[in-house]
Design a protein around this ligand. Structure first.
Ligand code: ZN
Length: 161
């Protein structure tokens, strides 16, 4: 069976940044499940996995545009400290926080604190980065009608229990 749209796929992956540092890996935990064609994973990786079979290993390098997007300096903002929540801890540069925006709560990185204001970066931490993925295809099956309706794969630990 090959990976095509509407297949439920599990993969093991290791993600390195442009300098070869491991940023994220599924090795040592459960493989990642995703719905192919559902936009669950970054576009360049989804494209590279099309047509692959169980046991195939791929290495793919993605430009920021095919990964987590380019950095948008408009996403760096000054926010009053009272609008930030960091689980009751003191906000310092390097803290990850949640801020309320017009689109709802969003994760952001605090890059500086001055007086009653913090500078926060709402860009994805991997935005603007070249991504080197190494991926092994672990399993492929047809997605269920319910999974197709939801646009994601169900299994142990999903939002339905
Ligand atoms: Zn669901």
């Amino acid at each position: 069976m090959q990976i095509t749209d509407q297949k439920a796929v599990t993969i093991h992956y290791t993600l390195k940044d442009g300098e070869g540092t491991v940023v994220d890996t599924s090795r040592g935990r459960e493989p990642l499940s995703y719905l192919h064609g559902g936009g669950n994973i970054v576009p360049g990786l989804e494209k590279a996995l099309g047509g692959k079979e169980v046991g195939d290993t791929i290495q793919v390098t993605l430009a920021p545009e095919e990964g987590y997007g380019v950095r948008d300096e408009g996403n760096v903002r000054n926010v009053p400290l009272r609008k930030i929540s960091v689980d009751g801890k003191k906000v310092t540069a390097g803290s990850t926080c949640q801020i309320r925006t017009a689109d709802g709560a969003q994760m952001a990185l605090v890059t500086a604190v001055k007086g009653d204001y913090a500078t926060v970066d709402l860009n994805h931490p991997l935005a603007g980065m070249r991504l080197d993925f190494e991926v092994e295809v672990m399993s492929i099956r047809d997605a269920t009608p319910e999974e197709l309706t939801h646009g994601h794969v169900h299994g142990p630990g999903d939002h339905h229990g």
